[in-house]
Design a protein around this ligand. Sequence first.
Ligand code: MIC
Ligand code: SF4
Length: 642
Amino acid sequence: MGMTLAEKIIFAHLVEGEMAPGEDIAIRIDQTLTQDATGTMAYLQFEALGMKKVKTELSVSYVDHNMLQSGFENADDHRYLQSVAARYGIYFSRPGNGICHQVHLERFGIPGKTLIGSDSHTPTGGGIGMLAIGAGGLDVAVAMGGGAFYLRMPEIVRVELTGKLRPFVTAKDVILEVLRVLTVKGGVGRIIEYAGSGVKGLSVPERATITNMGAELGATTSIFPSDENTAAFLKLQKRANAWGPLAADEDARYSKTIKIDLAKLDPLLAKPQSPDNVVKVKAVKRVNVDQVCIGSCTNSSYTDLMRVAALFKGRTVHPDVSCTISPGSRQVLEAIAETGALAAIIGAGCRIIESGCGPCIGMGQAPPSGGISVRSFNRNFPGRSGTKDAQVYLASPETCVAAAVFGMITDPQELKKYPQVKFPAKLPVDDSGIISPSKTPGKVKIIRGPNIAPLPINETMASTLEGEVLLKVGDNITTDHIMPAGAKILPLRSNIPKIAEYVYHYVDSDFVSRAKAKGGGFIVGGENYGQGSSREHAALAPMYLGLKMVLTRSFARIHLANLINFGILPLTFAHPEDYDRVEQGDKLMLPMVADILSTGADLTIKNLTKGIDIQVTYTLTPRQVQIIRAGGLLNYTRAGGK
Ligand code: MIC
Ligand code: SF4
């Protein structure tokens, strides 16, 4: 029997387990990436592992998130990251060089290789045929140390693309359509593989837009074949040698197939507050816009911005709109400057932001109170923009231009003439923004600023857990709810005691004081708990506050792994309706839980307040049970666990 594309790469990297859906497997990791907001923790953890040098084929440390330097914190972190990279054999991409995913695609991605990154949008690399997976920083630290990456073998879903996109319908609309069909939890436990005759009409950056937002489906990763378009992209990057062909076998078997005729798609957008709240642009009537933001790791490539510039030519940004542009990489910025496109964008009245995440993570450009913001980004979770009551819509760069020009959400087809944009014969390839590791690592001094607090170390798990439900939340809680980002909180990423003060800040401002007063406790959640980003701070900071167990209807993949990595027990209701039988403030007891987990026997939680028993399930491997009992992966690894 033939193999799917993802299966081929997994098979070539398999070090443990059997490649059947639902089985626990471990794969060898060729490349890792980190970004600054998760990277400081990942490198503190790597240091704690006591290795001399990274053992991967390639590891890169990017600075792209915490770019606003309104105090010493971020600049200190950048310096720490640069020194750690020099010391341990890691490439360092300087602030201003671009967004990790865009730069990695341009400069380092190789079809057929495995990549894990401490950022949920790492699957952007799937656009070039990599098996690229987002993970918590600790998993990345372990992989840098040569450890395998453990995951549950996903099922493989095939998305068959046929036909050709019409003018003003873009790659963004393809992934918005997939999100409409599958929803934000439709990808959990799955890899999305794109195939079909429609694939050849999509360039690598377009494919990357699609695989990038596979993160919003909750998918483990998404991947495209490596073909002549991939070869052309790599050639332009002066990396023709990195190319190799890759595709699924004809007779490969998939758990499900979704068919999309590209010619039948319309311009789409995701309405507030979820990326799967998708409708046709033309169905949105009379919504005035305050802000438009174009950029982010989803839509900030050369072709994206060339098209934006062409559409802005001879037009201006509406007087009631503030329009920002953040190019994905220095290469993109340089290229659009060379062609004159940048001048057209500036001339239209756009505000140019340096290459980085910027407004996507609330690092500046928070919209006005109650403001409407249309963004070419990938997430519109509440509060993420930095303004609690702002309403964020997600759409293609083309739809963003239409909103910026007309001052209201408008079908981009109203812009009439669709510009044909092609790659130039040559791109400004220049790696001077990427600093190679030191040739004399022994001489490198690691520089730690005062904001970098030591890693909190968890205690081993108590035999019986007892405590109070500190908070009960609903479905699809994101890590932005649990551990918000933004310009104020992000600089605290290297300081767990300080950042812990903001856990669930916008959901329940008393959560932290309650958790402290009770000496820790439990959280109850609904479906898809912890969707969104890979930030392990959403597990690490609650761990610091004494969180011992989270009980939900279901979990999102990366957050589940992060909870286990930090010794927090993830449990699910055996009977989903039991969600209604636990309330905030209830006292719960899990008698002899540590031993029961090791035997794999059924587990019952005693709700002491209500005098009832609640049956729960757990799908932990024996290794994961040991990790939780040890108080987390760091303790486990340091004690010699593999
Ligand atoms: C995001 O888009 O939410 C982030 C910021 O890139 C995160 C990582 C982080 O929280 O640092 C992600 O997607 O993993
Ligand atoms: Fe940066 Fe936004 Fe992409 Fe996250 S989603 S990596 S914050 S650009």
